[in-house]
Design a protein around this ligand. Sequence first.
Ligand code: DX5
Ligand code: ZN
Length: 228
Amino acid sequence: MTSRPLIIAPSVLAADLGRIEQEAERIKASGAEWVHIDVMDGHFVPNISFGTNMVRTLRKVMGDVTLDVHLMIEQPDRYARDFVEAGADCLNVHLEARHTLARTLDHIREMGCRAGLAINPPTLIKHAIPLLPKIQQLLLMTVNPGFGGQAFLPEVLPKIREAQEVILRQNYDVDITVDGGIGEETARPCVSAGANILVAGTALFRQPDLTRAVAHLRSVASAATVSG
Ligand code: DX5
Ligand code: ZN
């Protein structure tokens, strides 16, 4: 469990993209602190989603809501500035992508953006540890990246615990995000293990009332912070 504030981040990938401005209004009204924006390039992952235009559109509508951009792309260093200029508040780049990681993370922070490091389910925490001083959030993929609506991989839970132990021991100022297959059943063990940012797509958007869905996920997850 974690003492860091719980953040719910609906993943816009699961929204009705044909009515994005109305969906953005719905997310803004839902009480979610963040919105998660999945950028996919068809190379790092087999799927193509959206780019800076989506970030710019959401920035216009979302007011204070933090825009958490997840770059599932090769060479994220080439595009980082464009996403910051479009309005991103956080940029998560993958450890497995082709770039000079430490330099990309420094560059993101120098631009005044939160730097996040994302790692895929098979990647071990030990590879992320040297980079923890450079980041504000560690995003642990709880599905293989590329598509919404996949089943949560419980084998990631020990990695959340391991990351949390290192962060507490070293007193790093780093949040832990979980992303993929998060819903009312899976949020609780993730929060108990140490996650405090919950990205959820399908589980939230398949419900007719997004505000209720966000509130429900929050209450289930908060119960885990109390009972551990
Ligand atoms: C998967 C993306 C996730 C995805 C989560 O590659 O990184 O952010 O949108 O969607 P759900 O919650 O449906 O698994
Ligand atoms: Zn994501």
